[in-house]
Design a protein around this ligand. Sequence first.
Ligand SMILES: Nc1nc2c(ncn2[C@@H]2O[C@H](COP(=O)(O)OP(=O)(O)OP(=O)(O)O)[C@@H](O)[C@H]2O)c(=O)[nH]1
Ligand SMILES: [Mg+2]
Length: 345
Amino acid sequence: MESIFGIIVFFIIIIGAVWAVWFLVFKVSETIGETQTSLEPVPQPQTNPAPPPIPAPRKAEKQDKSDKTVIMLMGQEAVGKTTLLALMYKEFTRNSYFPFVASNDTGIDLEEAYQKLCTIIEKPNFTEPPRLLPGTASVREYNFNIENREFVVCDTAGGLLMTKESDGRAKDLEDFNKAISKSSVIINVIDGAAMLEGSDFLADRVNSPTRVKDLLMRNKAGDERCLILFVITKCEAWIKTEAGIERLKKAFEHRHKAILNWIEQNPNRAGIFIPVKTLGCVEFSFKEGDGNKEKLVFHKKTNLKFSQENVDKPMQYAVKFCMRRSLLPIENQFKFYGNSFMIQF
Ligand SMILES: Nc1nc2c(ncn2[C@@H]2O[C@H](COP(=O)(O)OP(=O)(O)OP(=O)(O)O)[C@@H](O)[C@H]2O)c(=O)[nH]1
Ligand SMILES: [Mg+2]
């Protein structure tokens, strides 16, 4: 009996030992498995790594000039472009119904030019008025913001009109031609006294209408909408009467026939004749000399004041045209050329 009991205990011990061994082996193999998992091979650098994800394309930044609406002043030397711009700026800020903001430098520069005009013009009597403002050097940009739209007005040196490729001013010429081709509106400033009283020779030398036409034909050959404002300066002696304005108009149509023909050739072009008074107190008196020596003499009139007329109009028309708003009604003293659908909407 005792031996049977001993055998049973022996078997129980054997079974327990076998189970314990099996359990140990199982646990050890499990631990090794886990360790192996955690020691997964470190990914080797790939020879052709996947390219980094491409960021979503950013909205194009407003390019410096490309997004701006360009208005350009062009005309021969000393016809009065910068004078017009300074006065136009002053008057436009006073009268415009557009919320009009000049960039900092533009505001300061044009205010300075205006102050300079005011002080010099108050000097006592003079014949042959001195240049009130220094000549413009090349292409100068003035920046404005109107109704969240950026405008750049390019004032250009009259000298560039007659500058040749070989004159060593390649950069200035490039800027000049670029400004013409980008302009939505071109303000062609014309010396009214030379246009009306000068010989053909003098009128051509002072205003170069053929050269202006050639430059426009070359840089604006396409079908883009374009408005040319013909602003007549130095016409204090004639702007006072209807008959005087009529004479200016006739002289303009005669001397600037070629560019008017160019406007009529394309329905996307229009022109407006705009006589302005910029100084008011300096008037044409008489003409002297012949040929190369021919010149016009002006006098400062003490009985007349420094005063302006119509100087804000070119800018009003230019901005309305760029904003695709109607330019009508055109003032009585002015004259429209070209396709009238260009200015009424
Ligand atoms: N009488 C009279 N003189 C003017 C008028 N506008 C300009 N002037 C005179 O013309 C001079 C030249 O004017 P500017 O405005 O500097 O001429 P500009 O076209 O800018 O000349 P550049 O920069 O050299 O191309 C002025 O100093 C004035 O003496 C005008 O409407 N009437
Ligand atoms: Mg100038």
